[in-house]
Design a protein around this ligand. Structure first.
Ligand code: GTP
Ligand code: MG
Length: 214
């Protein structure tokens, strides 16, 4: 992951040129499944036992480095409470990726996740990369959704799938990395806000924060 492929473009000083691609990613799912906690873990490496429920939506960015590409995620963490449902299209419209989250200790949240997947399949970009996250895997003793059931559903629907824990950090970076790997890094891209592909940043317009490139 850290090595650069040979044969890529070289800068005058011989350093390999890294392509920087920017993608809009949205998190969807029932309230209290841990969407904000997953983002907080991924972006800041933190976990709060008493995470406040999101109002409207929150916006954060984070970058991950692949072999020859730096992927900058523009993350929209939506509010799961029912009264905010009508706002969701604003956030998934034009998104190139989505993480639909449920809580493995709560069967209802899995049903709700399936509804979000259906809504994305009908109304989001046809090329959107969707990942399903079964969060709170640290609470396996209280499990109500079987891993195999969720994996089968994900396979049927062409979704990436992982069980995650924002609390222990299990699979949190991995799910974002799996999405980054699956996203098309075409040079032509989809343009700003477009859902077709990456928005490539110009040289010198590099993202500010990065945990992976330190
Ligand atoms: N044990 C455990 N608790 C978690 C995990 N992720 C989140 N929580 C807890 O679950 C509660 C809800 O987490 P949030 O991240 O606020 O959930 P949310 O999906 O953003 O909720 P809304 O903003 O209301 O949509 C908080 O008390 C978190 O500490 C996890 O992986 N394991
Ligand atoms: Mg939240």
């Amino acid at each position: 992951m850290a090595t650069n492929r040979t044969g890529g473009a070289q800068r005058p000083n011989g350093a390999p040129q890294t392509k920087v691609c920017q993608f809009k990613l949205v998190l969807l799912g029932e309230s209290a499944v841990g969407k904000s906690s997953l983002v907080l873990r991924f972006v800041k490496g933190q976990f709060h036992e008493y995470q406040e429920s999101t109002i409207g939506a929150a916006f954060l960015t984070q970058t991950v480095c692949l072999d020859d590409t730096t992927v900058k995620f523009e993350i929209w963490d939506t509010a799961g409470q029912e009264r905010y449902h009508s706002l969701a299209p604003m956030y998934y419209r034009g998104a190139q990726a989505a993480i639909v989250v449920y809580d493995i200790t709560n069967q209802d949240t899995f049903g709700r996740a399936k509804n979000w997947v259906k809504e994305l399949q009908r109304q989001a970009s046809p090329s959107i990369v969707i990942a399903l996250a079964g969060n709170k895997s640290d609470l396996a003793a209280k499990r109500m959704v079987e891993f195999e059931e969720a994996q089968a559903y994900a396979d049927e629907n062409g979704l990436l799938f992982m069980e995650t824990s924002a609390k222990t950090a299990m699979n949190v970076n991995d799910i974002f990395l799996a999405i980054a790997n699956k996203l098309p890094k075409s040079e032509s891209g989809g343009g700003a806000g477009g859902a077709g592909g990456a928005r490539r940043l110009a040289d010198g317009d590099t993202p500010r924060a990065s945990s992976c490139c330190k």
